[in-house]
Design a protein. Structure first.
Length: 365
């Protein structure tokens, strides 16, 4: 790691947290969020859903197993920043090829260590997610606050992380063809579909419904992604046009856009759900699933009453909606991440349900 530089984090309400820098040396204004996962920092920094967000890792030691080439969740990480208690720049792992700091420097991601992450996490829980700046230690607080205030809140995150042209992920002896709408898709979602016999064509988020139908897919997948779901109008319109015409499966942002397309509403959570230990109840089986989550928004349960969607899963911690289904239209979605990466694999059966819907649709055709 290069020469250590003194840094600080300044939140929009004036709190200051001093530490040392790692990764790329630049100022960054981000939304502050926290993640409770014990492992999986590589998957977290490379998850496009964290675009423009600075992630506070509640686990105290980060960087100790380095970075492995096979574990990225996107080709170009777009996370806003990383905030940790202790950073370890000397990995012990036979798979590692680079240190975390080297990768963050490569992709211009600033980091700060030595922060009291317990205090900062409690602050986020008490006061909610808010904006902050990672800057040099000698930056006056008044100047830092002025930079935060003058930096506009972006509303084009999906446009920035979505692919610009279609690409393919194929597998041997494929039985189904899936079109995946890329709003910031995690690579382990594609791996999960490939492993179940699906050839996947990944399309930009603003692909018209007519172009999707011309490809004659067996099903459509709507991916995770960053930002406010109401900003992603092209995908909402696509769902409305394809509703009931093809099996559709949505995860995270994809879940929210299915609900918006059906006539429901979304709202922003106080501090969101991020971690690998969130308990979710499957209302159809009564079982509790431990899930991987990463979202700032949720679907308003009452607003679902005016749609054809039925709630299938709820969060045990705060009773928010975690899954919906329209059995007749062969559309379903979940707020959490059944592909995990990182996290438990209790919910991987959902990919099997998507396969079942596509199988039924092919048999009816």
């Amino acid at each position: 790691m290069a020469d250590i530089k003194q840094k600080k984090l300044v939140t929009e309400d004036g709190a200051e947290y001093c530490g040392t820098g790692f990764g790329y040396d630049r100022d960054a204004v981000c939304e502050l969020v926290f993640n409770t996962s014990v492992v999986g920092y590589q998957e977290i920094i490379s998850d496009p859903s964290y675009t423009d967000q600075a992630v506070v890792m509640t686990y105290p030691l980060i960087g100790n197993y380095g970075i492995a080439d096979e574990d990225y969740e996107t080709k170009v990480p777009t996370i806003g920043g990383l905030i940790v208690r202790e950073y370890n720049d000397f990995p012990s792992n036979f798979r590692y090829t680079k240190t975390l700091s080297e990768v963050m420097e490569e992709y211009k991601i600033p980091g700060i260590s030595g922060i009291d992450t317990r205090r900062l996490t409690r602050s986020i829980r008490d006061k909610g997610s808010r904006r902050a700046i990672i800057t040099n230690a000698d930056t006056p607080k008044e100047k830092a606050l002025e930079i935060i205030k003058s930096t506009p809140v972006p509303h084009n995150a999906v446009d920035r992380v979505s692919c610009k042209k279609r690409w393919y992920a194929r597998t041997a002896n494929a039985r189904y063809n899936v079109v995946a709408i890329d709003c910031g898709i995690k690579l382990n979602i594609i791996r999960s579909l490939n492993a179940r016999g699906c050839n996947v064509t990944v399309m930009p988020y603003n692909t018209p419904a007519e172009e999707v139908e011309k490809m004659k897919p067996d099903g459509v997948f709507l991916s995770n992604g960053p930002g406010d779901p109401e900003d992603v109008i092209p995908v909402i319109e696509l769902v409305r046009k394809l509703y009931g015409r093809l099996p559709i499966f949505g995860i995270c942002l994809g879940h929210q856009m299915i609900c918006l397309a059906a006539g429901a509403e979304t709202y922003k959570l106080k501090f969101g759900h991020r971690g690998g230990n969130h308990p979710v109840k499957n209302l159809e089986t009564g079982k509790i699933e431990i899930t991987s989550q990463n979202h700032s928004y949720a679907v308003d349960e009452k607003s679902l009453e005016k749609t054809k969607l039925t709630v299938t899963h709820i969060n045990i911690l705060d009773n928010t909606v975690e899954g919906v289904r329209d059995e007749e239209a062969k559309i379903f979605s979940v707020q959490y991440h059944p592909e995990s990466a990182p996290g438990p694999q209790d919910s991987s059966y959902l990919f099997g349900q998507f396969i079942d819907y596509m199988k039924e649709a092919k048999e009816r055709a």
